[in-house]
Every structure is written in structure tokens, then in C-alpha cells.
Design a binder for this molecule. Structure first.
Ligand code: A2P
Length: 317
């Protein structure tokens, strides 16, 4: 298994398990099965609403001797309604309690978007807080405090543009060590890869299979289906792999971490086995040609009318 190395020598197993939309009722078994199969990196978030169930699976797997805490890499994310510095530590403590852990390996600011504390998902502009009023730099200082306190070993961000990452790096006492973003052959983000390589920030690819399970409200009518792409299918067939495995192998070979979500035992095993798939330079070149800047998770839900947020301000594009 490939690993990504951090400045302090810690190593993140590059292939992990995504848990967005892994419903309570199925995610417990999925995490237990994943750990039995050999997954050691589990990606979580408060807003996924399933951390308590994941926590039960982690605690049981550890107490049964399947795995030790030190062998696991657990990531979670700060929700947008806890950006005010005084809410950051309580948010992590809640996540730790749900996950039944004493520390996280990695804690991320989930989105560069702030919400009022009693709001989970905004419907109106007055439920949002602008980044002028609640600056990301202030949230970041509180994140640095969590790492100082040993509540998480590493801190980073998610859904940050190069411009926002750059701004954060300039004022940071501890640098963001990870940016978790949507990455797949239809959204390759080469400038982000280059920037992160130059500044030693790791990347994690979310929705690596094109997020086929997204709720209807997050879908566009004309969208291309990544898992049905003919180039991906042809390369997969040549390598004796499935299209999903080819997509995961592509992400690994670009030097990123990747977190395909599954709750199905067969697909969990299949996805983990993608770590053994090798794509040739020619395969990688052909896949590079598929880029079409297609975001499946567009962030449109933050562009609430009358707020300071828009797709342009979110992605700085
Ligand atoms: P399931 O959980 O039933 O396996 P992404 O990580 O891009 O968001 O994609 C996750 C979606 O892709 C889920 O709907 C998941 O369904 C499905 N999926 C996961 N692994 C595979 C696979 N190997 N082949 C096809 N679909 C998969």
C-alpha cells in the first residue's frame, strides 16, 4: 500500500474508505468489513451523521484485536457552523466522543464557508456568515490549538482553492498539511497539484468514482457518468481491472490519497485491490486527456441568493 509521508514522519495509507452517504444502519458493518479486509484509513465528517456508528465499529475492531489504534488513520472534518474559534474545540470533542477516540490523525476545515451556529444547511442568506466577519485565518488558529493540545496529529482543509490555501499558508503557524478536494479524470486540477507539490501540502481525492450516488438535488441533467467512460473502461479491461479500480489506481499514481466510498463487501474488496493495479505511462496520458473541469459536487448549495457566497467566490474561478 502506498503511503503519504508527513513532515513528522507519520504515514497516511493512501487508499482509504469514504463514508459520505454511508447510511446509519449500514456503515457499522461496512467499516468492520473494511478493517477486516485491510483498510486502515477511514475518512469521516461530523455532517455525514454517522460518526457514532463508525465509532462503534472502530471500538469493536480494536477491542477484538483486529487492529490497533496506532495502525488506523482516522480523519474527520469541522462543520461550517463551528468556524467561530470558541466552537472549534467542542466540535472536535464531540466527534472524538462519537468515534470513541482520544485523538484524530487528521482534522480538516470541511468547507471555506461559515454558517450561524444553529444552522446545519442554509436556506437563506441570513443563516450564513461572511468570511469577512468570520475569517478562515481565525478558524485556522483554533485548529492549530487542537494540534498543540494533541487532540489531532495533523490539521488541514477541504474544498479550498489555491488562492485560499495560499492565504492560509501565509499566516499559518502550523501549515495546512492536507487539502481534500474532488479529483478524478473529469476534474484533474493540475494547477492545484502543482501548487500543493511545491508547498508540501498533500491532497486527498474525494468522489473518485464520480459520486454516482449523489442525491438528486446535487445532479445536473446532462452530466457524464465517469464509471461508464469508454476510455476508462478500455484501459481497465487491458489491465484486467474494473473501471472503478482504474480510477482508484489513477488517483494513487498521481501521488494523492483517495477515498472511494462503498458499503458493499464485494466492492470494498475490489476497491482495496486497486492498490495492486498498475497503469502504464500511456494509460496515464490517455486519462489525462479526459479532463473537462467537471465538478460533480459543485458547491452550488452555498451560493445562497443575497449572501456573500457565489460559485466564483467559493472556487476563486
Ligand atoms: P456502494 O456503496 O453500494 O458500493 P464516490 O466514492 O465517487 O462517491 O462513489 C461512491 C459510489 O460508488 C457509491 O454509490 C458506491 O456504492 C459506488 N461504488 C463504490 N465502489 C464501486 C465499484 N467498485 N464499482 C461500482 N460502483 C462502486
Amino acid at each position: 500500500m502506498r503511503t503519504l509521508e508527513f513532515d513528522n514522519g507519520d504515514r497516511l495509507p493512501a487508499l482509504g474508505l469514504g463514508t459520505w452517504q454511508a447510511a446509519p444502519g449500514e456503515v457499522y458493518q461496512a467499516v468492520k468489513t473494511a478493517i477486516q479486509l485491510g483498510y486502515r484509513h477511514i475518512d469521516c465528517a461530523f455532517i455525514y451523521g454517522n460518526e457514532a456508528e463508525i465509532g462503534r465499529a472502530l471500538a469493536e475492531s480494536i477491542s477484538e484485536g483486529l487492529v490497533s489504534r496506532e495502525q488506523l488513520w482516522i480523519t474527520s472534518k469541522l462543520w461550517n457552523n463551528c468556524h467561530a474559534p470558541e466552537h472549534v474545540r467542542p466540535a472536535l470533542e464531540k466527534t472524538l466522543a462519537s468515534l470513541q477516540l482520544e485523538y484524530l490523525d487528521l482534522y480538516l476545515i470541511h468547507w471555506p464557508v461559515a454558517l450561524k451556529h444553529d444552522v446545519m444547511v442554509p436556506r437563506t442568506a441570513d443563516q450564513m456568515v461572511s468570511l469577512e466577519v468570520q475569517p478562515l485565518a481565525a478558524t485556522w488558529q483554533a485548529m492549530e490549538g487542537l494540534a498543540d493540545a494533541g487532540l489531532c496529529r495533523h490539521i488541514g482543509v477541504s474544498n479550498f482553492s489555491v488562492a485560499k490555501l495560499q492565504a492560509l499558508l501565509e499566516g499559518a503557524r502550523r501549515k495546512p498539511e492536507m487539502n481534500q478536494i474532488e479529483l478524478h479524470p473529469y476534474l484533474q486540477q493540475p494547477a492545484m497539484l502543482e501548487f500543493c507539490r511545491a508547498h508540501k501540502v498533500h491532497l486527498t481525492a474525494y468522489s473518485p468514482l464520480g459520486s454516482p450516488q449523489r442525491p438528486a438535488g446535487l445532479r445536473a441533467e446532462d452530466e457524464p457518468i465517469l464509471l461508464q467512460d469508454t476510455t476508462v473502461a478500455a484501459i481497465a479491461e487491458q489491465r484486467g481491472a474494473t473501471p472503478a479500480q482504474a480510477l482508484i489506481a489513477w488517483a494513487l499514481q498521481r501521488g494523492t490519497a483517495v477515498i472511494p466510498k462503498s458499503v458493499n463487501p464485494g466492492r470494498l474488496a475490489q476497491n482495496l485491490a486497486a492498490a495492486e493495479v498498475t497503469l502504464s505511462a500511456e494509460d496515464m496520458e490517455q486519462l489525462a486527456g479526459l479532463d473537462r473541469q467537471r465538478r460533480y459536487v459543485s458547491g452550488a448549495f452555498w451560493a445562497v441568493e443575497g449572501s456573500t457566497y457565489s460559485l466564483e467566490s467559493l472556487w476563486d474561478a
